[in-house]
Design a protein around this ligand. Structure first.
Ligand code: SER
Length: 315
């Protein structure tokens, strides 16, 4: 492959593993990682890195020209919990970065864009089970509002300017390499860490709060498949589904492997965010258009999470 790819927000939870996977696939020097701060050693040592603020259009242009970039993955974003604390900062980061990148694609500086949306585009008025691709979208969080607006901007640039922009609506993403930050679904990562370090976790959601989730490897596969697919003309930020579970169910899966693990429940303001989101997702459109299929169920993911984290804490 001769295309050079820029990842904005490469040091975040998804950005880190996406960068490493793309480097494996296309070669280290073809993938330029960038973020406002440095990332983990593996990421920093495996290929080129630039300090880059995703809201700084001039600097993005400089990096695009320096490396003759043709594709951009815009992974920089402020997630749901942090965005409630800093609404304007969240809007600025989540939307202005996208408009910059879409404009660069419109002006033909780059050929292709990936931009992640989220289950947060849905709200309390959306059907909660098997939430369809096209349905009511009345998000009640700052994060959800920014993701929904972003989806509409992507659709607008695609239909009016022919920009090749691709997108999926990620559910909560679970991984062990890099921690998530500022999200409502983060409990499902923290719980694995605490199972190993403390054998106790105080969960900020109620035991029966069901949310759609996905193991990182599936999320990365979906992202890359989406960028490689031949898609219909119509823009979709595709629903992608994998697993859904409650804190009680993930606890039971961990307890089978970590005897004596205990969980207490102290729901806080994050409960309201979780309650506004779907419980499960219908991804028929993604299956039909680009053969999406997840691989990791709760049991398989729990095995990998606990084994990998045990090794990490022991080393
Ligand atoms: N994981 C995100 C959050 O909790 C949802 O897209 O904010």
């Amino acid at each position: 492959m001769s295309d050079t790819i820029l990842i904005l927000g490469a040091c975040g939870q998804i950005g880190t593993e996406l960068t490493l996977k793309l480097r494996k696939l296309y070669g280290n020097t073809a993938i330029i990682a960038s973020d406002i701060r440095e990332g983990n050693t593996e990421l920093m040592q495996s290929g080129p890195f630039e300090i880059l603020d995703a809201t700084n259009k001039e600097k993005i242009v400089e990096v695009i020209e320096k490396y003759a970039i043709s594709e951009v993955y815009l992974m920089a974003a402020m997630l749901s919990v942090t965005a409630e604390k800093y609404p304007q900062k969240a809007w600025n980061l989540n939307i202005n970065s996208l408009l910059h990148v879409l404009d660069l694609a419109k002006d033909k500086l780059i050929k292709k864009v990936f931009w992640p949306s989220s289950i947060a585009v849905f709200g309390t008025t959306t059907p909660k089970q098997h939430t369809p691709q096209i349905t009511v979208t009345e998000p009640t969080t700052v994060y959800g509002i920014s993701k929904l607006a972003g989806e509409r901007w992507c659709a607008y640039y695609k239909s009016n300017y022919g920009v090749d922009v691709r997108s999926v609506r990620y559910p909560g993403i679970i991984s062990w390499k890099t921690n998530p930050g500022g999200g409502t679904t983060d409990y499902a990562v923290e719980i694995y860490h605490k199972a190993i370090t403390d054998k106790f976790y105080n969960c900020f959601l109620t035991e029966n709060t069901r949310l759609p989730m996905m193991y990182m490897d599936d999320a990365i596969r979906a992202t890359i498949a989406m960028m490689q697919a031949t898609l219909p003309i119509h823009f979709f930020s595709y629903n992608i589904a994998a697993i859904d579970f409650t804190p009680k169910e993930i606890t039971a899966a961990i307890q089978k492997r970590v005897p004596g693990f205990k969980v207490a429940y102290s729901p806080d303001f994050r409960q309201q965010i979780a309650d506004s989101w779907p419980q499960s997702i219908d991804d028929t459109q993604a299956k039909k258009d680009w053969n999406w299929q997840y691989e990791f169920d709760l049991e398989k993911m729990t095995d990998v999470m606990l084994n990998s984290l045990k090794k990490k804490y022991n080393s």
